[in-house]
Each structure stands twice: as structure tokens, then as C-alpha cells.
Write a new protein. Structure first.
Length: 288
């Protein structure tokens, strides 16, 4: 399946090296199921933490949910479990349905600012991050495998693991978005996979992704300055080239590494079209 291909892309470059991610977590927040804001730092330093980033439309995420629930039942008293919905093309109703379907009993949160995912170098769902009792990241991975289980077991004993297992996924630099002071500029925020990956789980969204790219193609034909920014989720340059060929896109199409532009412009669903005039944002469009 295509999603397994993307998981292979993300697993490329696996390294067994120790690394400490910036400890500046005082600005990171999550939203709990009651809609309350929770500071992420409140989870750290007391006992080990297991972060699982997921989405309701992510097929491997759903396949892993029974494993996640079983791990919580086994280690929930010794490890802080934090299930984080990435808040992209998702909503509270869909999350609640997944919770009921798999009888999830661990705390569920939403990364409503996407800053927690960015801080922990999230690249694609599902994504596991284990943090020891000294607040050091000691595990990253995408699969619910033996390596994850072994690390959870070791963490449950004394809260620490000597050898870290981290992914060697280094983000490239995103192409800056330049908005001219004069004239019109149109920017489409989308994903290279949303037209086909969401076809089964979110068919209406998948159709909108197709219509959005067709729309900006017409705008480009009219001579309007158009640019496409795609989410870094499950995407590499090969996926971008395939996307460009599929839709015969003539405008620049680039990956928003770090999803900085998605975050800056409050984009939590795709597709989303931003229209600028004389340097000012004049409208957003999500339906085509």
C-alpha cells in the first residue's frame, strides 16, 4: 500500500545515536478532551513520557491503536501516556469515534498550535516519542514494533535507558514565501497525498484537494502569481515531482519543512487557499 511506502521513506536513515532535543518546552501547549489548555511541561520530569502522534484518517495509526491501548494498560502507572491528535483535517467528533471504537482509556490531547509536533521533530503519523525521567528523548519511531516494546519495558523499570534509538531524519530548509507589496498573490496550502490517501476515509476532502489544484492551475493560466506549499507530512521531493506531474502544475510547488508556514497562517486543514492583494491577506478559501 502507498502509506507503507511513505513509512519506508520516513524510516530511511535510522541511527543509533544519543541526542537531546531542546529543553525549551515552556511555550508548548495541548488541548485536552474538555477543551482545556494544558502546558506540556507539566508532564515532564516526574516519570517517563510516551508521546504518540496520530490522526483519525491515518490507516496505520488505526492499526496500531490496539497495541497502544494494551501498552497503556501494561505501563500506564509507570509511564505518562500522551496521545496527541495532530489536528490536521480532523475534529472532536472523529476523535471521539476512535476513542469509542478502540476503548481508549489514556489521556487524549490535540496539538492545536502544532508546536509540540514541531518541537519533537515530527515527520509523519504514526510517530512515537519516548522521553525518560531526565526529560531526554531516547526513542523515535513510526512502527509499533519490538524496539518500541523493549524500550517501554526498560523505561518502566527505572525511567531511564542507556542507549537511545533516534531517527536520522533531518529537515531541509523550507523555501521562503514572498508576498509582493503590489499586485495579487495566491498561495495554496495542500498535501501531495490528500487526493488519494483520503479518498476512502474522507472522500469529500479528497475531492476538494483535486478541485483546489485545478483551480490554481486556471489562475496561473490567467497570469496570476500562484504558489503551492505542501505539508511535510509523508512527503519528500519524489512525492512533490509526482504531484506536479499528476496535476500538470506549472507554478512553484515546495515542501513546508517544519510546517512553519502552516503554523504561521493557522492552516489546520487542506486544501486552503490564501489570497493576497498589495501585500495584505484579503481572503481564505477552503471550498472549491
Amino acid at each position: 500500500m502507498k502509506y507503507k511506502f511513505f513509512l519506508m521513506i520516513l524510516l530511511t536513515g535510522l541511527m543509533l545515536v544519543s541526542q537531546r532535543i531542546s529543553a525549551n518546552t515552556d511555550t508548548l501547549i495541548l488541548e485536552n478532551e474538555a477543551g482545556q489548555i494544558v502546558k506540556f511541561e507539566s508532564f515532564l520530569g516526574k516519570k517517563p513520557v510516551y508521546l504518540k502522534f496520530w490522526a483519525t484518517w491515518c490507516k496505520p495509526c488505526m492499526e496500531q491503536m490496539p497495541h497502544f491501548q494494551h501498552a497503556y494498560e501494561q505501563y500506564g502507572d509507570k509511564i505518562q501516556f500522551v496521545a496527541i491528535n495532530i489536528d490536521l483535517n480532523d475534529d472532536a467528533h472523529s476523535v471521539a469515534k476512535v476513542k469509542e471504537r478502540f476503548s481508549l482509556s489514556m489521556p487524549l490531547f490535540t496539538d492545536l498550535t502544532a508546536q509540540v509536533a514541531k518541537h519533537y521533530e515530527f515527520m509523519g503519523t504514526p510517530f512515537h516519542v519516548l522521553i525518560d525521567s531526565d526529560e531526554k528523548v531516547i526513542f523515535q519511531g513510526h512502527e509499533a514494533d519490538k524496539a518500541l516494546d523493549n524500550t517501554l519495558r526498560l523505561l518502566s523499570h527505572n525511567g531511564k535507558v542507556e542507549k537511545a534509538r533516534l531517527l536520522g531524519e533531518k529537515q531541509s530548509e523550507a523555501t521562503p514565501l514572498v508576498i509582493p507589496n503590489k499586485g495579487k498573490k495566491v498561495v495554496l496550502f495542500t498535501a501531495t497525498w490528500c487526493d488519494w490517501y483520503l479518498a476512502d476515509t474522507r472522500p469529500a476532502m479528497a475531492k476538494q484537494c483535486v478541485l483546489a489544484q485545478q483551480h490554481v492551475n486556471k489562475l496561473a493560466e490567467q497570469g496570476i502569481d500562484v504558489e503551492v506549499k505542501v505539508s511535510q507530512l509523508w512527503t519528500d521531493q519524489t512525492a512533490v515531482r509526482e504531484y506536479v506531474d499528476k496535476f500538470s502544475a506549472t507554478m512553484p510547488v515546495s515542501i513546508d519543512y517544519g510546517n512553519d508556514l502552516f503554523i504561521k497562517n493557522d492552516i489546520n486543514s487542506v486544501p486552503n487557499l490564501l489570497i493576497y492583494s498589495d501585500g495584505r491577506l484579503v481572503s481564505k478559501q477552503a471550498k472549491f
